[in-house]
Design a protein around this ligand. Structure first.
Ligand code: BMA
Length: 422
């Protein structure tokens, strides 16, 4: 296994110059660049003379230190972003960071109470990872798809960063072709926003707004706050317009690569790590079907929700999640990426020992960076009561405290000590 992995790491290093060349080419000649993509010439294995010379001089079994192995895909990533990347890897040996979407904004039965968090109410500590959502930023709304004001969100993000927490951002962006929501899978939408498509200019204007938001995220010394950006998630499901049936693998890859390249190379944002994120999957091949390539992602993950209650549902969740985590870990090791459970939950947590008896059983054998629980929305206008974490008095509250105390679950206090941006 080890001997087979070494050449890959090595190739990532020696392909730096060719990636830089292809990035330059992309700016100067999009047509030639598109052709190169089609032929796979932007991939790690390029055929330049220098690459083949270095490949042929490689001696199997000889360890080669690779600076590329320890860096984000963005060669100009800021110091804090590189430090975050390295510490996410380092912490894989220490435990799994616990994350929560919208943790500081609201919980079950409350909204915008300074310092409040359902996780804090139950455990006395905040999560280590904070998820936020950008949907509706693209249409110039003051509040996001879940009514969180963007200006408040910026304050929450800065506050968590200053305490040493990890920030990740998702984006349920509207359908740029129809003007409806993310859940409007009109055929041809992805194609319409790629270079040359009728909505490409509109899509770029949306990315400009994302870039403006990201640029506003600054730490105490004016440094840009590193963010794990997680666009076009659950790509193998059929509910979003970028979903499985609604674009080809090539279109998805082009969309992902264009998005990274635009934010990084055109907008010059160097504080982002990029997460590639499927829904449930059955094999490594399925997971990688639309994978944009090792030079386009830093974090790899998947989302999973338990739907079935009772013993059978629990057993199935442990089995399925464990299998997927094992495959994810293998892929992460082979490709030198950071594995994470990018979203999870069991709606209303109806099982009093779900945390230690079900979720932890699925996670405990795996080295993943973090697991992000979805949002404690509480009663929604639709009448649905949506939450995935206990609050005071909820049936799994006691067990969540046991989960918190496990040596391998990491929350804010522990992560603050690690000084992950330094
Ligand atoms: C879904 C639900 C929705 C929400 C959306 C985007 O899973 O929580 O209520 O609008 O995520 O955050």
């Amino acid at each position: 296994m080890k001997a087979r992995r070494l050449p890959l790491v090595f190739l990532v290093f020696i392909s730096f110059s060719s990636i830089a060349q292809s990035d330059m080419l992309k700016k100067e000649s999009p047509a030639i660049s598109a052709k190169m993509d089609e032929q796979g010439s932007h991939s790690v294995l390029d055929s330049s003379a220098i690459t083949s010379a270095m490949v042929s001089s490689y001696t199997p079994g000889k360890a080669i230190a690779s600076p590329a192995a320890d860096r984000p895909i963005d060669k100009q990533a800021t110091k804090e972003t590189v430090n975050l990347y390295r510490n996410l890897k380092k912490l894989l040996n220490k435990g799994i960071m616990f994350g929560h979407q919208d943790d500081l904004a609201y919980g079950v039965g409350w909204k915008y109470i300074r310092g409040k968090s359902d996780v804090k109410e139950v455990t006395g500590d905040y999560p280590a990872v904070f998820g936020w959502e950008l949907g509706r930023l693209e249409t110039d709304q003051a509040v996001n798809i879940d009514s969180v004001p963007f200006d408040k969100m910026k304050g929450f993000i800065a506050g968590s960063y200053n305490k040493g927490g990890v920030i990740t951002v998702s984006w349920h962006l509207n359908n740029p072709l129809t003007g409806k929501t993310s859940w409007d899978p009109a055929p041809g939408t992805v194609a319409s926003i790629l270079p040359g498509g009728e909505k490409h200019v509109l899509y770029k204007s949306w990315l400009d707004k994302v870039a403006t938001f990201i640029t506003d995220l600054k730490g105490k010394n004016g440094e840009m706050i590193p963010v794990i950006f997680r666009p076009f998630h659950e790509l193998n499901g059929n509910w979003f317009w970028w979903g499985e049936k609604y674009c080809t693998p090539d279109e998805y890859k082009q969309l992902y690569r264009f998005t990274v390249s635009y934010l990084r190379d055109t907008k010059n944002l160097h504080n982002l790590l990029y997460a590639y994120n499927t829904d449930r999957f059955g094999s490594k091949e399925e997971y990688l079907e639309k994978y944009p390539g090792d030079e386009w992602t830093d974090v790899i993950g998947f989302d999973i929700y338990q739907r079935q209650k009772g013993e059978a549902g629990n057993a199935q969740f442990v089995k399925d999640t464990g299998k997927m985590l094992a495959m994810l870990e293998e892929i992460a090791t082979e490709r030198n990426k950071i594995p994470a459970l990018t979203e999870f939950g069991f709606g209303q947590v109806p099982d009093s020992t779900w945390w230690t008896n079900v979720l932890w059983k699925a996670l405990e054998k795996h080295k993943i960076s973090y697991a992000l629980a979805w949002r404690n929305a509480g009663a929604k206008p639709s009448g649905e009561n949506e939450y995935y974490l206990p609050y005071k008095g909820q049936v799994s509250e006691e067990d969540f405290r046991r989960f918190y105390k496990l040596p391998l679950t990491l929350f804010q206090k522990e992560v603050t000590k690690e000084k992950i941006y330094k």
